[in-house]
Structures are given as structure tokens and as C-alpha cells.
Design a protein around this ligand. Structure first.
Ligand code: SER
Length: 314
């Protein structure tokens, strides 16, 4: 029998694409999608779907038992910009959902867990360029505090209870199938939609704000290859730095202009600028490379081409 997988937060930016790729790989019936709301038609109709609140332990346990789930990908979370507006709600969602899944694994009801961390675990005192795997982590955002705490708990559950939990610190993720919501790096997705529909975009981050970014295909490939990696090779049970490219809004605008010469970019930084200022410009992901062979395939040029091509034909 194929292994059975549950995705919590399957209707979000990462979950939607992850579900479809896992279904293709392991079979539609082997991958149960779940979220607190319904998702795209494609996701809902291609395999099993359950309405599940990731903060409700019993609700997750019911689905795990019913489908004899072995692996859980926990993709439900409140992102950085929204979390600044609702600190307690963000803390409750981001932490309780993680404890629910870690405890299911501790009780041996599931075998393996994927949980995403973020570049948000770093803070204003962290070295900005090629940020090392092990360095100062003093996040200044609600979201970053929840991700750093989550990393500490993942490592603790691995050391104390032998829970096989695996994690990466995602950079900003760029995708055309599903839009992100409530993040600080979302400008790098919005810009493509506006470039095509209005030929102009006003960035909420300044032109010089350099951040680590990744195209969604790379993010999904990284996630699945970490989950499939030989357990003996994994040295890090908090979360792996994961890199692909780094650019500023100005550099992204220039790349779009090469395809859409009339494109016009303006800048009106808002409260998200301060969040971005506290994050790295690039990360050193050599541990991911050494331990499980991580190598990105998409740079800024290729990402821009893919985004414009796919959004145009949709
Ligand atoms: N993309 C996320 C955000 O902007 C960072 O993990 O909140």
C-alpha cells in the first residue's frame, strides 16, 4: 500500500501545489487535503478533502485514524504582516497546530512530520548576507517569534521523544497558481499580476530592500526531497536554511520591464518595511546542500519568465 499523507492548510499558497505534486507522486487517494475552508476545484476534486481546524487536536486525530495517515505536512499558519495585527491569534494558530502534530507523532499515531520555518527567525542583529545556519536568532516580529519557538520545540521533540520532524526556513515564495496572503514578501507575487493587468505596481517595500526568494517549484521540490532524505544524513532537526536567489523590488521591476517595456514601478513603503528590514538579504544553505543535496533550479530571470508565461495563459 502507498503511504498515506495528510496536508493541513492544503488550500494555502504552498499547500495547494504541494498537494497536487504529492498526489501525482503517491496517488490521488493516498494524499488527504485539509483546511478550515474549501479550496480550488482541482484540489477538491482530485482526491480526498476534509474540513479540519489545525488547532483542534481531536479533529486532526480523527482524520489521522480514519485514513491511517503516516505523514503530516503542517502548512497552516498566519504570516508575518497579518500576525503583527493579531499577535495572540497568530501565536495560538502557529503554536497549537504545531503541538498537535508533534504530539500525534510523540504518541506514535504518525511517523513523520514536515513543518515550515522561515527567514523570519532571524532579526535585526543577525548578519545580513549569507546568513549562517547557526547564528544570532533574535526575531523582532510576532511571526518570527512563533517560528523560532517552533524550531526549538521540533528539535526538543526529536531529541527527547525521537519524533521524526523535518523543516526548512523558507524564503519568500513566488507562485502563480495560488496567491499568498498576509506576508511581507507578497509584493513579489502581486507585482506580476499588476504588471499584466495594469502595467504598473506600487511596492510596499522600498526599492533597496533585498530579500531571499524562491520560485514555488523549487520550494516544493526541496520540501519533498527533505521528507524523502535518508534519516541518517539529517544533522539539523530545528530547521534548514534554504536559498535560491535574492533581489530588490527595483531589480525585479527591471526584469519585468525586459518583457513589458511600459511597466512602471512606484514605491510607497508601509509597516511591512520594518519587518523586511529585520530579515536577511541572503542565506547560506550549505547544510541543506551537504545533508540532502539541495540545489535550486530557478533564478530571477527564469522565475520572471515562468510567472509571466503562466499568468498570461491563465
Ligand atoms: N513569506 C513569509 C512572510 O512574508 C516569510 O516566511 O511572512
Amino acid at each position: 500500500m502507498a503511504k498515506s499523507i495528510l496536508i493541513l492548510g492544503a488550500c494555502g499558497q504552498i499547500g495547494t501545489e504541494l498537494t497536487m505534486v504529492l498526489r501525482e507522486k503517491y496517488g490521488n487517494d493516498a494524499v488527504v487535503a485539509s483546511d478550515i475552508r474549501e479550496g480550488s476545484k482541482n484540489l477538491m476534486e482530485s482526491g480526498p478533502f476534509e474540513l479540519v481546524d489545525a488547532t483542534n487536536y481531536e479533529a486532526i486525530e480523527d482524520v489521522v485514524m480514519h485514513y491511517e495517515i503516516e505523514e503530516v505536512y503542517l502548512m497552516a499558519a498566519m504570516l508575518s504582516a497579518t500576525a503583527e495585527k493579531f499577535p495572540m491569534r497568530a501565536w495560538n494558530l502557529n503554536m497549537n497546530s504545531l503541538f498537535n502534530v508533534l504530539n500525534l507523532a510523540k504518541e506514535k499515531k504518525i511517523d513523520k512530520v514536515f513543518w515550515p520555518s522561515s527567514i523570519a527567525v532571524f532579526g535585526p542583529n543577525t548578519p545580513k548576507n549569507r546568513t549562517p545556519q547557526h547564528t544570532l536568532t533574535q526575531p523582532s516580529t510576532v511571526y518570527g517569534i512563533s517560528k523560532l519557538s517552533g524550531e526549538r520545540w521540533c528539535e526538543y521533540y526529536f531529541n527527547k521523544y525521537g519524533v521524526d520532524v523535518r523543516s526548512v526556513r523558507y524564503p519568500g515564495l513566488i507562485s502563480w497558481k495560488t496567491q499568498p496572503g498576509g506576508g511581507t514578501t507578497d509584493y513579489a507575487v502581486e507585482i506580476f499580476h499588476k504588471a499584466l493587468s495594469e502595467k504598473k505596481y506600487t511596492s510596499f517595500l522600498s526599492e533597496w530592500t533585498k530579500l531571499p526568494m524562491m520560485y514555488m517549484d523549487d520550494a516544493i521540490r526541496a520540501t519533498i526531497s527533505l521528507m524523502e532524505a535518508n534519516v541518517a544524513t539529517l544533522q539539523i532537526r530545528s530547521s534548514y536554511n534554504l536559498g535560491a536567489m535574492s533581489f530588490t523590488p527595483k531589480e525585479l521591476a527591471a526584469c519585468i520591464k525586459a518583457h513589458i517595456p511600459e511597466f512602471e514601478m512606484n514605491y510607497a513603503p508601509d509597516f511591512r518595511q520594518e519587518i523586511a528590514n529585520s530579515w536577511p538579504a541572503s542565506v547560506d544553505d550549505s547544510s541543506a546542500h551537504q545533508d540532502w543535496g539541495w540545489t535550486p533550479k530557478f533564478d530571477l530571470k527564469k522565475t520572471t519568465e515562468e510567472m509571466l508565461k503562466n499568468l498570461k495563459s491563465n
